[in-house]
Design a protein around this ligand. Sequence first.
Ligand code: ADP
Length: 495
Amino acid sequence: MDIQEWEQRHTEAFYNVKETIPYLDGMFVAYNSNIDAIKHLTEADLSRLIGLFKETEIQERIETYPREIKDPLDFMARLLISMREGKAAEIPTNTSDIHEWLKGHLGFDYARMGGQAGIISNLLACLGLKKVVAYVPWLSQEQSEYFAATDNLLHPKVENGKVLLKHPREAFKPNIGSKVNWILEYSKDLQVSCNGRNFMVPRDNRLIISSRPNWLRLDMDKDVYEQLDSIFPIDGAMLSGYQMIKEVYEDGSTYEEHVARSVQVIEKLKSLNPELRIHVELTSIQNRVIRKAILTDIVAKHVHSLGLDTVEVANALNVLGHEELSYSVIRKEENGIISLYQGALQLLKDLSLERVHVHSLGFYICILAKGHPLTLKEHRDSLLFSSTLAAAKAIRGDIGSLMEAEAGLEVPISSDGIESLENFKLYCTGRKLCTREEFGYGYLYGPDHDAIIVPSKVVDRPKATVGIGDAISAGAFVAMLARMKQKKAINVSPI
Ligand code: ADP
């Protein structure tokens, strides 16, 4: 693969997509946003934290591998596990006690918008879409302050039974608590010593303590649901946060009701604009019952597009009964990319999707059902645009405008990504998915699907990494929709 050619294609794609964005009427983005409190841990912080406990107790708790943070010791145990392996983890907590404890015993460096829907709303608003309608069921005043201060960003607000669209800062619900997640970042080579065991952190990574207060419900207010037409015109919806759904609630209600209501929202959106496309952005979902319900009851047959990373591909395959494929995706050996491709294809089929976009560090794969209105080149432009956004987000930390996103073009394409693709070439040509030349373009033609595979730009020393996956999925999905709208406008306009 010619790296220079891919650089050129990135640049062209960026300007092609930039031209199409004004064709979009609007996007709807729901449900999850929160406040991220970020703390970069130093050796001194860590030894101070460890010093608050008996080291033998920490060790004992590590052995129980807590899956939920119920007390500070659970937190300490999962932090050390994550650091020992250099592996990112996201663990839920159901009370605000741990938030108070961390505020009191550690403190944070800074806070920012978090949650997929929050991050995506801000990004799309800053890219200059005509209208972005965000919807967060638990929009508190504090939370609303983290939304971009742009006129195109709106949120439903019920006033005297009527739904109006206002900026989130004027649409919050009074007297509602905020959902604050803690992101504890640590660096490679940090020395850790606890209970006579010493280790060095193998790579930069993070532990996320995600707040799931008991009052949290992934639901749409009745008035907003009934007057959903008030958010139109919109061309697409990006939905995320379904991982918040709990199996059983304190009041005895179960996940089934929430799943059914989520589907009703999707169906109503589609009925209001039959051409509307729905994208679901997945994230790690610990509970297997919920993970499966999201995939088989919400995503399958109801939505068009799915975005996820490699770990999520493996997790999804696992609950859908493809254990072997799931393990070979997660093992990430030299042929990992083959399993990833097969896995993404399996998801497209099992879930009856139009599009599955997998992002990995250095390359993206997008599997497409046959018959999509865009050409493979147009889909490729969408993916390359999203690679530039990812790079811009990684170097800058945030993207304030389409102009700022251009900074991503300066970031070089990942040579590891190119290498992964080279490893995949023989498989593709051998299986007659493409010729060598077609592979060079990133185009694959299966019997029942097509696919795009592109190398991506990777920032060596990123300023931030949280939310890059969301930016990739949102960028590519919106670019695709904008192109579809542009084509339609050109086709119907009089000559
Ligand atoms: P998040 O949920 O925080 O967005 P994901 O795991 O969903 O995280 O997505 C992370 C994605 O971001 C990776 O798949 C990779 O494509 C991209 N990415 C991560 N680090 C960088 C970087 N330094 N430069 C460019 N892209 C990156």
